[in-house]
Each structure stands twice: as structure tokens, then as C-alpha cells.
Design a protein around this ligand. Sequence first.
Ligand code: CUA
Length: 414
Amino acid sequence: MDRSKHTVSTLVEMPFTRRRWSRAALFAGVGLLLAGCADNAPQDYFQPKGENARKIDNLQRPVFYIAGVVGVIVVAVIGYIVWKFKDRGQDIPEQSHGNPKLEIALTILPAIILAGIAVPTVITVFQLDKKDDTECIINVTGQQWWWEYDYATGDCGGVKIDKPIVTAGELVIPEQTNVLLRITSRDVIHSYWIPALNGKRDAVPGRLHTLRMEADHPGLYTGQCTEFCGLSHARMRQAAVALSQSDFQQWVDNQLEPYTAPEAGSMAADGEAVFIANCSKCHQVNDLKNADGSPVLSDPDLYVVSGVAPNLSHLMNRTAFAGWTFDLITEQCRTKLWNAKPVDFGALYLKGVTPECFDEANLRDWLRNPPGMKPMFVDPNNLSSTGGKYRGMPNLNLKPAQIDQLIAYLLERN
Ligand code: CUA
């Protein structure tokens, strides 16, 4: 074609010539393909960071390649035949009743491929279900819309846990240890998935599903709930944090450190009173005492559908909150943590939320209006379907001064 004749007027008359369509399709295709090339993709299951995920990768890669080759051959043959035998006005070809040799071959060949794939698949399924080499057990409970972790007492990869630890959002595990998660749910079906460490496992009310976890090196491995579980399913995230054995010991020690009351007369002390009056209905802070010395015990059963709210005893040892959706640390500090070398990661993580790293705006906005940041069924006038209980955290209509006091108090929960 003479390009010089391709003037603006012809383009306007023929806005979508075949050439333009194919160019648009090419751009869309290449764009889609390139989107898979991001190197900062921490939830890429092609990059396993632990033994269990690696077993899955070793299985899925050859299957993916074989399926890819078969797919390309099938599409190419179909394309060739469509082009070759296109209706050009030729005679109708001789009608036959098939080709037995070809049909038998095309039946046997896929059967052989499938049988070949079945062997490593079944072996991998059994390997991923192994439990007799467990070195640490952690209970995981899905709720709308966050994950609770409950560490059983006993040995966890050589570290002794002598009192139960309850935390949320961030699963902290010792590196190179066979951890067994026992997963369930308190309300609807969720699904637990840390792609770098293993496949996904559904969290089903009334059932207990196990999932192996192992990380080769200290680091942060993220995931998200992968079963649609209601309004804030997209804001139900999770992370696994792997630490060296000595750092894990340090983390356990931090978690079991007794409660320290704020200094009398401080803003944090006022915050403690605000916390007891408002937040402690649902949120537990271990060893917190009323003015008369009696323990402050939360009773979320009365207020939320799942009957549980995150334990906030050591909130500032975590790096995100509200279903691991909002950062407690600034973007700069988050990036540092992401990029930390395995050898430096533990020390950086164990610092917790330092004053330099604290992202106050997120927590402040949350305390001001939680449903404004994360959609939840918390309209006080529309709780008939849940017997008057909330799904998630309602707006407590806290005054700005109360929010200041609460933040001062929570900052000391480390
Ligand atoms: Cu929980 Cu989706």
C-alpha cells in the first residue's frame, strides 16, 4: 500500500480498518503480557521462598510448560486449518467417517500425558499434607475481615512458649521450621494464602484445615484472603514474618512481657481510661486493670458477629492493622523493611513501631471513623439481620482529644 495516500481524511472515514484493529489487539496483548513482568511482585507464586511453595512450583512449572506447548500446537493447527480450508468456492471435500488411527493416537497421547502428570501431583499432595515433622503449631482463625493467630503453648522450632500468645494480621514464625497452621473461621468461609510459602487453604466454620508453612530466610511474606467473604474481603490481608531462631525468641519474650501501666497523669494514662470506657468492650489488652484492681475483660460476643476483636496487647509490635490493610509505619520505613537483607531484617522488625516510623495519620483516621476507611456492616440503624451486632468496628464518635489520648496510650503497647 502507498502510505502517502493514507491521509487524515481516509482515517476519519475508516476509523477502524483491519490494520488498526490488529494494532490495538497487539498493544493490548503485549500490555497484558508485560504486566506479568513486574519485579516488585511479592505475591508472585513463581517465586517460592520456602520448601512447601517450592514443591508446588516444581510441580506447576513442568505442567505449565507442557500445557503451554500443547496449547500453542492446538491453536496453531486450528489457525492453519481455518486458513487452509477457508471457503474459496472450491468443491466440498470427500465426506468420511473419521480417521481411526489419528483418533486412537489423539486419545492415547493425552492419557499418557495426564498419567505422567498424575504421579508427581499425587506425590506432592501427600508431601504437602505431611504432619509428622511439625515443629510448631499455630491456630489461625478467619473473621470478617482479619486473621487471628493463636500460639499454643509448647515448643515452636526450639523456642519455648509458656503462655498463650494471641495476635492478629502478622503471623510471626521462626525460619527453616516446619510450622503447621490449624485454620478455621468464626463467621463465613475465608481462604488463607501466602503465595511465597504455600498454596491456599479455606477457613471454614466448624472445620479445622491444616496448612504447612516454612520460610527459608527471615523476611516479610504477604498474602490476602482469597475467598469472597463479604463487604471488606478486599481489605482482608495477611503477612507472614520469618525470623531467625534468636530473633523469634526475642519476639516471644516481647509478646509475653507483662502489662506496663502508663505513668500517672500522662496523656497515655488518660488514654487508658478512654480505652477502658470504649475499646475494651471488644478489644482485649492482657493484664489491663480497672481502677479498683479488677481485670478488664473484653466481651466482644455481645457486640460483634464473630465474637472476637483483635487483641491489642502488643499492637506496636505489628506493622499494620485492621486486617493488615493500613500501615502503622510510614511508607519509607515499610520500604526499608521490604528491602532489608535477611541478615538485617529481624533487628529492624523487632524495633516495632518506633516514633520515627509511626504513621499516625492512618491510626488517627481509623479512630475517627473506621467504616470510612474500611466498609463494614456497622450502620447502627440497620443491624436487624445480625441481632444488633456489628460486623467490624463501628464509629465510636470519639472526640479529637480522646483520639489524642488513645494514640498516646496505644503507642505504649509495644
Ligand atoms: Cu476473608 Cu475474603
